[in-house]
Design a protein around this ligand. Sequence first.
Ligand SMILES: Cc1ncc(COP(=O)(O)O)c(C=O)c1O
Length: 453
Amino acid sequence: MSKSKAIDKDHAVYLPQDEMPTHWYNILADLPEPLPPPLDPKTLKPLSPDPLLRLFAKELVMQEVSTERFIKIPDEVYDAYLSLPRPTPLLRARRLEKYLNTPAQIYYKCEYVNPSGSHKINSALAQAYYNMVQGIERVITETGAGQWGTALAIAAALFKLKCSVYMVRASYDQKPGRRIMMETYGADVTASPSKNTKYGRSILERDPNNSGSLGIAISEAIEHTLSQDNARYCLGSVLNHVILHQTVIGLEAKKQFDMIDVQPDILCGCIGGGSNFSGFAYPFIADKLKGKSAAKFVACEPKAVPSTTRGVYTYDFGDTAEMAPVVKMYTIGHKYQPPPIHAGGLRYHGKAPSLSFLIKKGYMTSVAYGQTETFEAARILAQTEGMITAPESAHCLKYAIDEALKCKKTGEKKIIAFNNSGHGLLDLQAYDSFLNGKLEDYEPTTIDVPTIA
Ligand SMILES: Cc1ncc(COP(=O)(O)O)c(C=O)c1O
Protein backbone atom coordinates (compact mmCIF):
# COMPACT_ATOMS: atom_id res chain seq x y z
CA MET A 1 0.00 0.00 0.00
CA SER A 2 1.26 3.50 -0.84
CA LYS A 3 2.52 5.47 2.16
CA SER A 4 1.67 8.79 0.54
CA LYS A 5 -1.13 10.83 2.15
CA ALA A 6 -4.28 11.18 0.08
CA ILE A 7 -4.40 14.67 -1.44
CA ASP A 8 -7.49 16.67 -0.41
CA LYS A 9 -9.40 17.56 -3.55
CA ASP A 10 -10.47 20.95 -2.19
CA HIS A 11 -7.01 22.42 -1.40
CA ALA A 12 -7.00 24.27 -4.70
CA VAL A 13 -9.87 23.90 -7.12
CA TYR A 14 -8.87 24.51 -10.75
CA LEU A 15 -11.51 24.86 -13.42
CA PRO A 16 -10.14 23.69 -16.80
CA GLN A 17 -9.70 26.53 -19.31
CA ASP A 18 -12.22 24.98 -21.69
CA GLU A 19 -14.85 25.25 -18.95
CA MET A 20 -14.46 28.99 -18.42
CA PRO A 21 -17.92 30.63 -18.68
CA THR A 22 -18.67 31.83 -22.22
CA HIS A 23 -21.30 34.40 -21.12
CA TRP A 24 -21.56 37.04 -18.38
CA TYR A 25 -24.60 36.97 -16.07
CA ASN A 26 -26.91 39.99 -15.88
CA ILE A 27 -28.73 40.29 -12.54
CA LEU A 28 -31.17 42.87 -14.02
CA ALA A 29 -33.00 39.95 -15.65
CA ASP A 30 -33.79 38.44 -12.25
CA LEU A 31 -34.44 41.32 -9.85
CA PRO A 32 -37.93 41.20 -8.31
CA GLU A 33 -38.62 44.73 -9.63
CA PRO A 34 -36.76 47.11 -11.99
CA LEU A 35 -34.14 49.40 -10.46
CA PRO A 36 -35.14 53.06 -10.03
CA PRO A 37 -34.05 54.83 -13.26
CA PRO A 38 -30.82 56.86 -13.42
CA LEU A 39 -31.41 60.63 -13.71
CA ASP A 40 -29.81 63.27 -15.89
CA PRO A 41 -27.41 65.30 -13.65
CA LYS A 42 -28.64 68.60 -15.13
CA THR A 43 -32.42 68.11 -15.38
CA LEU A 44 -32.85 65.38 -12.73
CA LYS A 45 -35.30 63.74 -15.18
CA PRO A 46 -34.91 60.03 -16.15
CA LEU A 47 -31.84 59.73 -18.33
CA SER A 48 -32.16 58.43 -21.89
CA PRO A 49 -29.20 56.33 -23.10
CA ASP A 50 -28.32 59.00 -25.75
CA PRO A 51 -26.20 61.43 -23.63
CA LEU A 52 -24.32 58.42 -22.28
CA LEU A 53 -23.09 57.67 -25.82
CA ARG A 54 -20.83 60.75 -25.66
CA LEU A 55 -19.31 59.39 -22.48
CA PHE A 56 -19.10 55.61 -22.97
CA ALA A 57 -18.58 53.21 -25.91
CA LYS A 58 -21.95 52.34 -27.45
CA GLU A 59 -21.89 48.64 -26.64
CA LEU A 60 -21.27 49.44 -22.96
CA VAL A 61 -24.30 51.75 -22.91
CA MET A 62 -26.37 48.93 -24.43
CA GLN A 63 -25.12 46.56 -21.74
CA GLU A 64 -25.89 49.16 -19.07
CA VAL A 65 -29.61 49.05 -19.89
CA SER A 66 -29.87 45.44 -21.09
CA THR A 67 -32.14 42.98 -19.29
CA GLU A 68 -30.87 39.96 -21.23
CA ARG A 69 -29.94 37.29 -18.66
CA PHE A 70 -26.71 36.09 -20.30
CA ILE A 71 -24.49 38.19 -22.58
CA LYS A 72 -21.82 36.52 -24.71
CA ILE A 73 -18.18 37.35 -23.91
CA PRO A 74 -16.65 38.45 -27.25
CA ASP A 75 -14.01 36.05 -28.59
CA GLU A 76 -11.16 38.60 -28.28
CA VAL A 77 -12.05 39.29 -24.63
CA TYR A 78 -12.46 35.55 -23.95
CA ASP A 79 -9.01 35.00 -25.41
CA ALA A 80 -7.54 37.80 -23.29
CA TYR A 81 -9.19 36.29 -20.16
CA LEU A 82 -7.62 32.90 -20.92
CA SER A 83 -4.17 34.45 -21.16
CA LEU A 84 -4.39 36.30 -17.78
CA PRO A 85 -4.86 33.39 -16.96
CA ARG A 86 -8.49 32.63 -16.15
CA PRO A 87 -10.18 30.68 -14.61
CA THR A 88 -8.59 31.77 -11.34
CA PRO A 89 -8.14 29.14 -8.62
CA LEU A 90 -10.53 28.70 -5.70
CA LEU A 91 -8.39 27.99 -2.65
CA ARG A 92 -9.28 26.46 0.69
CA ALA A 93 -7.48 28.23 3.54
CA ARG A 94 -6.78 25.08 5.57
CA ARG A 95 -3.87 26.55 7.54
CA LEU A 96 -5.96 29.58 8.46
CA GLU A 97 -8.78 27.27 9.59
CA LYS A 98 -6.30 25.32 11.71
CA TYR A 99 -4.86 28.51 13.24
CA LEU A 100 -8.38 29.69 14.14
CA ASN A 101 -9.19 26.20 15.43
CA THR A 102 -12.58 26.40 13.74
CA PRO A 103 -14.86 23.70 12.37
CA ALA A 104 -15.79 26.15 9.57
CA GLN A 105 -14.27 25.85 6.11
CA ILE A 106 -12.84 29.00 4.49
CA TYR A 107 -12.47 29.34 0.72
CA TYR A 108 -11.31 32.24 -1.38
CA LYS A 109 -11.29 33.10 -5.05
CA CYS A 110 -7.85 34.31 -6.22
CA GLU A 111 -8.59 37.42 -8.28
CA TYR A 112 -5.03 38.67 -7.74
CA VAL A 113 -3.62 36.03 -10.09
CA ASN A 114 -3.03 38.24 -13.13
CA PRO A 115 -0.43 40.89 -14.09
CA SER A 116 -2.55 43.80 -12.77
CA GLY A 117 -2.96 42.14 -9.36
CA SER A 118 -6.73 42.58 -8.97
CA HIS A 119 -10.19 41.75 -10.33
CA LYS A 120 -10.39 45.08 -12.16
CA ILE A 121 -8.91 43.61 -15.35
CA ASN A 122 -12.08 41.54 -15.93
CA SER A 123 -13.96 44.70 -16.87
CA ALA A 124 -10.97 46.68 -18.20
CA LEU A 125 -10.42 44.15 -21.01
CA ALA A 126 -14.08 44.27 -22.02
CA GLN A 127 -14.25 48.07 -21.90
CA ALA A 128 -11.05 48.57 -23.89
CA TYR A 129 -12.21 46.01 -26.46
CA TYR A 130 -15.59 47.70 -27.10
CA ASN A 131 -13.85 51.11 -27.40
CA MET A 132 -11.34 49.66 -29.87
CA VAL A 133 -14.12 48.13 -31.99
CA GLN A 134 -15.86 51.53 -32.12
CA GLY A 135 -12.67 53.21 -33.37
CA ILE A 136 -12.10 55.28 -30.22
CA GLU A 137 -8.48 56.50 -29.81
CA ARG A 138 -8.19 57.26 -26.11
CA VAL A 139 -9.78 55.89 -22.94
CA ILE A 140 -9.84 58.15 -19.88
CA THR A 141 -10.48 57.14 -16.31
CA GLU A 142 -9.80 57.76 -12.63
CA THR A 143 -8.18 55.42 -10.14
CA GLY A 144 -8.24 55.25 -6.36
CA ALA A 145 -5.77 52.67 -5.15
CA GLY A 146 -4.27 52.41 -8.63
CA GLN A 147 -5.65 48.93 -9.31
CA TRP A 148 -8.32 50.02 -11.80
CA GLY A 149 -5.94 52.41 -13.54
CA THR A 150 -3.35 49.63 -13.84
CA ALA A 151 -5.95 47.25 -15.26
CA LEU A 152 -7.18 49.77 -17.83
CA ALA A 153 -3.59 50.69 -18.77
CA ILE A 154 -2.86 47.02 -19.54
CA ALA A 155 -6.13 46.55 -21.44
CA ALA A 156 -5.51 49.75 -23.46
CA ALA A 157 -2.02 48.52 -24.37
CA LEU A 158 -3.40 45.12 -25.48
CA PHE A 159 -6.10 46.71 -27.66
CA LYS A 160 -3.78 49.52 -28.86
CA LEU A 161 -5.55 52.52 -27.32
CA LYS A 162 -4.12 55.60 -25.63
CA CYS A 163 -4.95 55.85 -21.93
CA SER A 164 -5.13 58.77 -19.45
CA VAL A 165 -5.57 58.14 -15.75
CA TYR A 166 -6.49 60.62 -12.98
CA MET A 167 -5.08 59.11 -9.80
CA VAL A 168 -6.36 60.26 -6.41
CA ARG A 169 -3.57 62.40 -4.90
CA ALA A 170 -3.44 60.40 -1.61
CA SER A 171 -2.71 57.16 -3.53
CA TYR A 172 -0.41 58.90 -6.04
CA ASP A 173 1.79 59.92 -3.10
CA GLN A 174 1.43 56.64 -1.16
CA LYS A 175 1.89 54.28 -4.12
CA PRO A 176 4.51 55.39 -6.65
CA GLY A 177 4.78 51.74 -7.73
CA ARG A 178 1.26 51.81 -9.17
CA ARG A 179 1.99 55.00 -11.13
CA ILE A 180 5.17 53.46 -12.52
CA MET A 181 3.26 50.33 -13.58
CA MET A 182 0.65 52.39 -15.45
CA GLU A 183 3.35 54.45 -17.14
CA THR A 184 5.20 51.27 -18.13
CA TYR A 185 2.03 50.10 -19.88
CA GLY A 186 2.01 53.43 -21.74
CA ALA A 187 -0.67 55.38 -19.85
CA ASP A 188 -0.26 59.00 -18.75
CA VAL A 189 -1.00 59.47 -15.07
CA THR A 190 -2.02 62.74 -13.39
CA ALA A 191 -2.47 63.30 -9.65
CA SER A 192 -6.03 64.49 -8.91
CA PRO A 193 -7.09 67.20 -8.17
CA SER A 194 -4.97 68.53 -11.04
CA LYS A 195 -4.46 71.68 -13.06
CA ASN A 196 -5.54 69.79 -16.24
CA THR A 197 -9.23 70.52 -15.72
CA LYS A 198 -11.39 73.47 -14.75
CA TYR A 199 -12.84 71.48 -11.86
CA GLY A 200 -9.42 70.38 -10.58
CA ARG A 201 -8.12 73.97 -10.72
CA SER A 202 -11.16 75.23 -8.77
CA ILE A 203 -10.45 72.75 -5.97
CA LEU A 204 -6.72 73.54 -5.85
CA GLU A 205 -7.44 77.27 -5.63
CA ARG A 206 -9.51 76.67 -2.49
CA ASP A 207 -7.29 73.95 -1.04
CA PRO A 208 -3.82 73.46 -2.61
CA ASN A 209 -3.15 70.41 -0.40
CA ASN A 210 -6.40 68.58 -1.19
CA SER A 211 -5.66 64.80 -1.03
CA GLY A 212 -8.35 64.03 -3.62
CA SER A 213 -11.13 61.47 -3.73
CA LEU A 214 -12.61 59.12 -6.28
CA GLY A 215 -15.55 61.52 -6.67
CA ILE A 216 -13.21 64.38 -7.66
CA ALA A 217 -11.08 62.19 -9.95
CA ILE A 218 -14.23 60.95 -11.74
CA SER A 219 -15.28 64.58 -12.34
CA GLU A 220 -11.85 65.37 -13.82
CA ALA A 221 -11.86 62.28 -16.06
CA ILE A 222 -15.37 63.13 -17.33
CA GLU A 223 -14.41 66.75 -18.03
CA HIS A 224 -11.32 65.61 -19.95
CA THR A 225 -13.40 63.08 -21.96
CA LEU A 226 -15.98 65.69 -22.92
CA SER A 227 -13.17 67.92 -24.25
CA GLN A 228 -11.95 65.32 -26.82
CA ASP A 229 -14.22 63.92 -29.54
CA ASN A 230 -12.45 60.63 -30.02
CA ALA A 231 -12.07 59.83 -26.34
CA ARG A 232 -14.42 57.85 -24.11
CA TYR A 233 -14.63 57.52 -20.38
CA CYS A 234 -14.30 54.18 -18.58
CA LEU A 235 -15.52 53.50 -15.04
CA GLY A 236 -14.06 50.72 -12.90
CA SER A 237 -17.08 49.98 -10.72
CA VAL A 238 -20.66 50.90 -9.71
CA LEU A 239 -22.34 50.65 -13.14
CA ASN A 240 -24.36 47.66 -14.34
CA HIS A 241 -22.03 46.87 -17.25
CA VAL A 242 -18.96 46.77 -14.99
CA ILE A 243 -20.69 44.36 -12.63
CA LEU A 244 -21.81 42.29 -15.62
CA HIS A 245 -18.15 41.77 -16.65
CA GLN A 246 -17.15 40.87 -13.10
CA THR A 247 -19.68 37.99 -12.93
CA VAL A 248 -17.08 35.80 -14.61
CA ILE A 249 -15.71 35.49 -11.03
CA GLY A 250 -18.90 34.10 -9.50
CA LEU A 251 -19.77 31.94 -12.51
CA GLU A 252 -16.39 30.23 -12.24
CA ALA A 253 -16.68 29.94 -8.45
CA LYS A 254 -20.08 28.27 -8.79
CA LYS A 255 -18.64 25.62 -11.09
CA GLN A 256 -15.66 25.16 -8.77
CA PHE A 257 -17.87 24.58 -5.71
CA ASP A 258 -19.93 22.11 -7.76
CA MET A 259 -16.71 20.27 -8.69
CA ILE A 260 -16.02 19.54 -5.01
CA ASP A 261 -19.70 19.10 -4.13
CA VAL A 262 -19.67 21.92 -1.56
CA GLN A 263 -22.07 24.87 -1.32
CA PRO A 264 -21.11 28.09 0.50
CA ASP A 265 -23.30 29.18 3.45
CA ILE A 266 -21.76 32.65 3.55
CA LEU A 267 -20.33 34.73 0.69
CA CYS A 268 -18.60 38.00 1.47
CA GLY A 269 -16.60 40.64 -0.34
CA CYS A 270 -15.29 44.14 0.17
CA ILE A 271 -17.15 47.03 -1.44
CA GLY A 272 -15.68 50.19 -2.95
CA GLY A 273 -18.22 50.81 -5.68
CA GLY A 274 -19.38 47.22 -5.32
CA SER A 275 -18.19 45.51 -8.51
CA ASN A 276 -15.99 42.70 -7.21
CA PHE A 277 -18.43 41.55 -4.55
CA SER A 278 -21.37 41.78 -6.96
CA GLY A 279 -19.44 39.87 -9.61
CA PHE A 280 -18.62 37.15 -7.09
CA ALA A 281 -22.04 37.03 -5.43
CA TYR A 282 -24.63 37.59 -8.19
CA PRO A 283 -24.43 34.16 -9.84
CA PHE A 284 -25.12 32.71 -6.36
CA ILE A 285 -27.74 35.28 -5.35
CA ALA A 286 -29.66 34.38 -8.51
CA ASP A 287 -30.58 31.15 -6.68
CA LYS A 288 -31.62 33.08 -3.56
CA LEU A 289 -33.87 35.35 -5.66
CA LYS A 290 -35.58 32.19 -6.96
CA GLY A 291 -35.99 30.85 -3.40
CA LYS A 292 -33.51 28.01 -4.08
CA SER A 293 -30.75 29.08 -1.65
CA ALA A 294 -30.54 30.32 1.93
CA ALA A 295 -26.93 31.48 1.64
CA LYS A 296 -25.98 34.70 3.44
CA PHE A 297 -24.36 37.56 1.48
CA VAL A 298 -22.30 40.15 3.34
CA ALA A 299 -20.79 43.33 1.90
CA CYS A 300 -17.80 44.66 3.89
CA GLU A 301 -16.85 48.34 3.94
CA PRO A 302 -14.53 50.65 5.91
CA LYS A 303 -15.85 52.54 8.96
CA ALA A 304 -14.18 55.57 7.35
CA VAL A 305 -16.58 55.38 4.37
CA PRO A 306 -19.72 53.76 5.82
CA SER A 307 -22.05 54.15 2.81
CA THR A 308 -24.28 51.13 3.51
CA THR A 309 -23.99 50.92 7.30
CA ARG A 310 -24.57 54.61 8.11
CA GLY A 311 -25.56 56.17 4.78
CA VAL A 312 -28.94 56.65 3.13
CA TYR A 313 -30.59 54.78 0.23
CA THR A 314 -31.41 57.74 -2.00
CA TYR A 315 -30.68 59.47 -5.30
CA ASP A 316 -27.18 60.98 -5.38
CA PHE A 317 -24.56 62.14 -7.88
CA GLY A 318 -21.85 59.66 -8.86
CA ASP A 319 -19.16 62.35 -8.66
CA THR A 320 -18.26 65.42 -6.66
CA ALA A 321 -18.70 68.00 -9.45
CA GLU A 322 -22.26 66.75 -10.22
CA MET A 323 -21.49 65.79 -13.84
CA ALA A 324 -22.07 62.03 -13.59
CA PRO A 325 -25.56 60.46 -13.71
CA VAL A 326 -27.66 60.61 -10.54
CA VAL A 327 -28.53 57.11 -9.33
CA LYS A 328 -30.44 55.62 -6.42
CA MET A 329 -27.90 54.00 -4.14
CA TYR A 330 -26.55 53.80 -0.62
CA THR A 331 -24.48 56.95 -0.20
CA ILE A 332 -22.87 59.13 2.43
CA GLY A 333 -23.20 62.13 0.13
CA HIS A 334 -21.23 63.03 -2.99
CA LYS A 335 -19.45 65.88 -1.20
CA TYR A 336 -18.02 63.56 1.45
CA GLN A 337 -14.22 63.75 1.56
CA PRO A 338 -13.08 60.23 2.51
CA PRO A 339 -10.19 60.10 5.01
CA PRO A 340 -6.85 58.82 3.61
CA ILE A 341 -7.24 55.17 4.63
CA HIS A 342 -4.90 52.72 2.91
CA ALA A 343 -7.76 50.81 1.27
CA GLY A 344 -7.83 53.51 -1.43
CA GLY A 345 -10.23 51.47 -3.57
CA LEU A 346 -12.90 51.69 -0.85
CA ARG A 347 -12.86 55.50 -0.65
CA TYR A 348 -16.02 56.08 -2.68
CA HIS A 349 -19.15 57.73 -1.30
CA GLY A 350 -21.75 55.56 -3.08
CA LYS A 351 -22.38 51.91 -3.91
CA ALA A 352 -23.67 50.20 -7.06
CA PRO A 353 -27.45 50.67 -7.56
CA SER A 354 -28.13 46.92 -7.93
CA LEU A 355 -26.07 46.06 -4.83
CA SER A 356 -27.72 48.90 -2.88
CA PHE A 357 -31.16 47.62 -3.94
CA LEU A 358 -30.35 44.06 -2.79
CA ILE A 359 -29.14 45.36 0.60
CA LYS A 360 -32.20 47.60 0.96
CA LYS A 361 -34.53 44.66 0.18
CA GLY A 362 -32.76 42.40 2.69
CA TYR A 363 -31.15 39.93 0.27
CA MET A 364 -27.72 41.08 1.48
CA THR A 365 -26.37 42.63 4.68
CA SER A 366 -23.31 44.74 5.33
CA VAL A 367 -20.69 45.38 8.00
CA ALA A 368 -17.97 48.03 8.55
CA TYR A 369 -14.45 47.78 9.99
CA GLY A 370 -11.68 50.11 11.10
CA GLN A 371 -8.44 49.80 9.13
CA THR A 372 -6.30 48.53 12.02
CA GLU A 373 -8.50 45.47 12.59
CA THR A 374 -8.49 44.67 8.86
CA PHE A 375 -4.67 44.78 8.75
CA GLU A 376 -4.61 42.47 11.78
CA ALA A 377 -6.70 40.00 9.74
CA ALA A 378 -4.33 40.50 6.79
CA ARG A 379 -1.34 39.72 9.01
CA ILE A 380 -3.00 36.44 10.10
CA LEU A 381 -3.61 35.46 6.47
CA ALA A 382 -0.01 36.27 5.56
CA GLN A 383 1.38 34.22 8.44
CA THR A 384 -0.89 31.21 7.89
CA GLU A 385 -1.42 31.05 4.12
CA GLY A 386 1.55 33.13 2.96
CA MET A 387 -0.69 35.49 0.99
CA ILE A 388 -0.32 39.27 1.39
CA THR A 389 -3.74 40.59 0.49
CA ALA A 390 -4.80 44.06 -0.63
CA PRO A 391 -5.98 46.43 2.16
CA GLU A 392 -9.39 46.44 0.40
CA SER A 393 -9.74 42.64 0.38
CA ALA A 394 -8.67 42.53 4.05
CA HIS A 395 -12.14 43.87 4.93
CA CYS A 396 -13.97 40.70 3.87
CA LEU A 397 -11.14 38.55 5.16
CA LYS A 398 -11.80 40.13 8.57
CA TYR A 399 -15.47 39.18 8.29
CA ALA A 400 -14.60 35.62 7.21
CA ILE A 401 -12.28 35.24 10.22
CA ASP A 402 -14.90 36.61 12.65
CA GLU A 403 -17.52 34.21 11.29
CA ALA A 404 -15.11 31.28 11.54
CA LEU A 405 -14.43 32.23 15.18
CA LYS A 406 -18.19 32.29 15.85
CA CYS A 407 -18.35 28.76 14.43
CA LYS A 408 -15.62 27.77 16.88
CA LYS A 409 -17.97 28.75 19.71
CA THR A 410 -21.12 27.18 18.24
CA GLY A 411 -19.47 24.13 16.65
CA GLU A 412 -21.12 24.93 13.30
CA LYS A 413 -19.32 23.69 10.16
CA LYS A 414 -20.21 26.62 7.97
CA ILE A 415 -18.72 27.05 4.52
CA ILE A 416 -17.42 30.62 4.24
CA ALA A 417 -16.27 32.05 0.91
CA PHE A 418 -14.69 35.42 0.21
CA ASN A 419 -13.46 37.12 -2.90
CA ASN A 420 -9.77 37.83 -2.58
CA SER A 421 -9.93 40.79 -4.94
CA GLY A 422 -6.27 41.81 -5.03
CA HIS A 423 -2.77 41.31 -3.64
CA GLY A 424 -1.08 43.85 -1.41
CA LEU A 425 2.44 43.70 -2.81
CA LEU A 426 2.32 47.37 -3.79
CA ASP A 427 0.78 48.29 -0.41
CA LEU A 428 3.79 47.41 1.71
CA GLN A 429 4.09 50.97 2.99
CA ALA A 430 0.65 50.51 4.54
CA TYR A 431 1.73 47.18 6.04
CA ASP A 432 4.83 48.94 7.40
CA SER A 433 2.65 51.58 9.11
CA PHE A 434 0.50 48.82 10.59
CA LEU A 435 3.48 46.80 11.83
CA ASN A 436 4.93 49.95 13.46
CA GLY A 437 1.66 50.88 15.16
CA LYS A 438 1.22 54.00 13.04
CA LEU A 439 -2.18 53.31 11.49
CA GLU A 440 -4.99 55.69 12.35
CA ASP A 441 -8.65 54.68 12.44
CA TYR A 442 -11.18 57.20 11.14
CA GLU A 443 -14.94 57.47 11.43
CA PRO A 444 -17.11 60.41 10.44
CA THR A 445 -18.86 61.97 13.44
CA THR A 446 -21.87 63.12 11.43
CA ILE A 447 -23.18 62.16 8.02
CA ASP A 448 -24.91 64.67 5.82
CA VAL A 449 -26.63 63.33 2.72
CA PRO A 450 -28.32 66.08 0.70
CA THR A 451 -31.74 65.42 -0.85
CA ILE A 452 -31.29 65.53 -4.63
CA ALA A 453 -34.50 64.08 -6.05
C1 LIG B 1 -8.07 45.14 -4.63
C2 LIG B 1 -9.37 45.87 -4.69
N1 LIG B 1 -10.45 45.30 -4.15
C3 LIG B 1 -11.63 45.92 -4.14
C4 LIG B 1 -11.79 47.19 -4.67
C5 LIG B 1 -13.12 47.84 -4.58
O1 LIG B 1 -13.76 48.05 -5.76
P1 LIG B 1 -15.14 47.38 -6.14
O2 LIG B 1 -16.04 47.45 -4.96
O3 LIG B 1 -15.64 48.13 -7.26
O4 LIG B 1 -14.83 45.99 -6.51
C6 LIG B 1 -10.68 47.81 -5.28
C7 LIG B 1 -10.82 49.13 -5.91
O5 LIG B 1 -9.89 49.74 -6.38
C8 LIG B 1 -9.45 47.14 -5.28
O6 LIG B 1 -8.36 47.71 -5.82
